[in-house]
Write a protein that binds this ligand. Structure first.
Ligand SMILES: [Fe+2]
Length: 282
């Protein structure tokens, strides 16, 4: 598939299928095998990509996209919140979605656009990214289940509270800087079995953050043109350390992640085929 990628305000010529937007060499170094058949066991790692300052992620495009998506695919709230934030007390600015996006420099907010591939242009972008990541990881696109993409717009200093996501996740920084702290998945002293069961049963992604674990996670700083792989079910939280941040994430499940999640179902005979939980890693 060919993908027309625009830089700045000017569209470039369509690229050929041989062009690569990602440098995922960090994966090969960590896995020792260069294939993401080992992704499930892989640690978080940084990588590079070519989507920084891309017109697909301009403020006008983000506003257009936000208005085109159904309301259920948009979340926004104030961003100056603690790492441990119950969803029931998420604070709001009182601004509309459009006002929030237009004033993101000054309104101290966080905006999440979910499953942006619902919009045709971004479906093509997700397909292209999946194909390239899959080639590097030794996964056929048919093995990358329930693929989705998310776009995050965050004011300076904004926080994404402590949570985890039920899929492999590639988080790309498009504009600005962030730091993320990522913890070991499957560590019962961080997230216990009951919390896992609650999540699989449909509980919100946000988790309580106990200060006793504060030194146990690995920190990554990343800026425009860089990205971080967040392992399946690895708890994490994110802080915007620069001015406005724009991030894009690509996530997918595999047969193995689905099997693992199914072990936390209380009633496995009534389990749905595809687990769908909202995501908030931006
Ligand atoms: Fe996340």
């Amino acid at each position: 598939m060919e993908l027309s990628v625009e830089h700045g305000s000017k569209a470039s010529a369509p690229t050929t299928g041989s062009h690569r937007y990602f440098d995922l060499n960090g994966l090969a170094e960590l896995s020792g095998k260069g294939t993401a058949r080992t992704l499930y066991e892989c640690k978080p790692f940084k990588f590079r990509h070519e989507f920084a300052a891309n017109a697909w992620f301009s403020r006008d495009r983000i506003l257009e996209l936000a208005e085109a998506l159904p309301e259920t695919s948009v979340e926004y709230n104030l961003a100056d919140i603690p790492v441990s934030q119950p969803v029931t007390t998420m604070p709001h600015s009182g601004l509309s979605l459009q006002e929030t996006i237009k004033n993101i420099e000054n309104c101290g907010s966080w905006v999440l656009l979910k499953s942006v591939e619902q919009h045709g242009d971004y479906a093509e972008l997700l397909d292209r990214c999946l194909k390239e990541i899959g080639e590097k990881l030794g996964l056929h696109v048919d093995e990358m289940l329930a693929p989705r993409s998310f776009l995050f717009l965050t004011s300076s200093g904004g926080v994404t509270p402590f949570h985890f996501d039920p899929e492999h996740n590639f988080l790309l920084q498009i504009e600005g800087r962030k730091k993320i702290q990522i913890f070991e998945p499957f560590d019962g002293s961080i997230v216990n079995h009951r919390q896992m069961q609650d999540f699989v049963a449909g509980a919100h992604r946000n988790l309580p953050f106990d200060e006793s674990i504060a030194e146990r996670g690995e920190w990554f700083d990343f800026s425009a043109g860089e990205g971080v792989y967040i392992p399946f079910l690895a708890p994490h939280w994110v802080k915007n350390t620069g001015s406005v941040s724009v991030s894009f994430s690509i996530s997918f499940e595999t047969a193995k992640t689905k099997r693992k999640l199914s072990t936390y179902r209380r009633d496995q005979t009534d389990a749905p085929d595809t687990l769908f939980h909202e995501q908030g890693q931006g």
